[in-house]
Design a protein around this ligand. Structure first.
Ligand code: PHE
Length: 445
């Protein structure tokens, strides 16, 4: 059997993992949730949960992945004691299903980003009729761009770990960062931007509620791509010589950092739009959030900015498309790696079949949009991801042999025994993380 592929460098892994983590969740979900939830109060809750809950779970996935050298099914089977192996396989199947359903709705939203990107191109080419079609919500448009996005995702995943995922993440992530910084530098010079910054950075703690905390937790898990085996499978491609706790911190810092920076773009942009006369609050006086914000408020702002607006729109939707693509490849890798390992398919066949099944799910959502879109998002991101994170902790801390867990962590990190991490983390994921997750979900129910 061919040797398992590994990321060729530390940089390659960080780019791939950050590419997975940084996506619509950061550049769209986080800023708009912050905007609709008392600004900085949400930001603070998100940061606390990202480091205190999501990071420990990320470490579980990376450690279990690298130890087992396999995808989610093989991994959970391997760390389960003999009686619990069927349970491991069931939880893994739940994870693969959630990863696939996330890709099913993500592909639709990412398709809109590509459509809006082409709209900016059409404007630049002075083709108003195309532009109009590209931005009108319609089943045909939704299907065409979802399919285009799925094809791109498939093409990269079919290339394999280093030649596909790592190569494209390493190329695209620096571009993403540059576009983000350029856009912020421009937007902050416009009138109204400072008001947006204030809302974003000065917390209103009266907005804190159990709902806000549940949202912030879902956001933290979604943003770090947790619970669905993505980070586990990326962990399985990390070389044994790498230091896992420090890689985990790097990924968490980059991910939350970019979310924070994206907020510096989105919130000021909303208030610039307000200043320019665009409606940004609905009749009830709350901020227009969700899809309407990105696909109505921002485009009408870009329009009011004249020619410059066309370039800004172009850069903005290119940023969104890139962010989506480096995430979607990591979602597709979950079922693909399962098919490679469990059914011994070739990478090409596995990619084709998995993408086809997920595309069918996407089509089902497109045709029943009103009923399914929001439902699938809540089911997968708000509830399933944290619950799966909790289950992973149970496997790693309760079912797996503690000595093996420590040994697996120690590889690439011989000084581990001297540090604090090893004293706290195993106990922390055994008791604190599961309890907190249960508490937050229970509070909300
Ligand atoms: N982290 C990605 C984002 O923020 C979403 C994602 C979820 C990616 C689950 C992979 C797995 O957009």
């Amino acid at each position: 059997m061919a040797a398992r592929e590994v990321f060729s460098s530390r940089f390659g892994f960080v780019m791939a993992a950050a590419g997975s983590a940084i996506g619509l969740g950061n550049v769209w979900g986080f800023p708009t949730s912050a905007a609709g939830n008392g600004g900085a109060a949400f930001v603070v809750a998100y940061f606390i949960l990202a480091f205190c809950l999501a990071y420990p779970v990320l470490m579980v996935e990376l450690t279990v992945g690298r130890y087992s050298q396999s995808g989610i099914v093989g991994a959970l089977r391997k760390v389960s004691p003999s009686g619990a192996k069927p349970l491991g396989v069931m939880v893994a199947a739940y994870g693969v299903t959630v990863a696939s359903l996330i890709l099913a709705f993500y592909g639709i939203v990412a398709g809109w980003m590509i459509a809006y990107f082409f709209e900016a191109v059409a404007q630049l080419l002075n083709q108003p009729a195309w532009a109009e079609w590209l931005t009108s919500f319609g089943i045909t448009r939704n299907i065409i761009f979802m399919l285009a996005f799925m094809l791109l995702t498939m093409w990269i995943v079919a290339g394999g770990v280093t030649a596909g995922i790592e190569r494209w993440s390493s190329r695209l992530m620096p571009v993403l960062f540059l576009i983000l910084v350029a856009l912020i530098s421009y937007v902050l010079t416009l009138p109204g931007a400072m008001e947006g910054l204030k809302v974003y950075l000065i917390p209103d703690f009266s907005k804190l509620s159990s709902e806000l905390i549940l949202d912030a937790m879902g956001q933290a898990f979604f943003s770090l791509s947790l619970g669905v085996g993505t980070m586990l499978i990326y962990g399985s491609y990390i070389a044994k010589k790498e230091n896992l706790p420090s890689l985990g911190v790097t990924v968490t810092l980059v991910d939350t950092g970019v979310a924070f920076i994206a907020g510096l773009l989105i919130l000021p942009t909303i208030y610039v739009a307000k200043e320019m006369g665009t409606q940004v609050f609905n009749d009830a006086g709350t901020l227009i959030a969700g899809p309407d914000l990105i696909f109505q408020v921002l485009p009408s702002l870009f329009e009011s900015m004249g020619t410059m607006g066309m370039f800004v729109a172009f850069a903005f939707f290119l940023l969104m498309s890139i962010a989506s693509l480096t995430s979607s490849i990591s979602m597709l890798e979950v079922p693909v790696s399962m098919a490679l390992e469990e059914f011994k398919w070739s990478r090409f066949t596995a990619t084709l079949v998995c993408a086809a099944v997920i595309t069918l799910c996407s089509l089902t959502i497109v045709f029943n949009f009103e009923v399914l879109f929001g439902f699938v998002i809540d089911l997968t991101t708000k509830y399933s991801q944290p619950i799966l994170g909790l289950l992973f902790c149970i496997f790693a801390a309760w079912l797996w042999n503690r000595q093996q867990l420590i040994e697996a962590l120690k590889e690439g990190c011989p000084d581990l025994e001297k540090g604090l991490f090893i004293k706290i983390w195993p106990v922390y994921i055994k008791f604190v993380v599961p309890l907190l997750i249960i508490l937050i979900i229970y509070q909300q129910l």
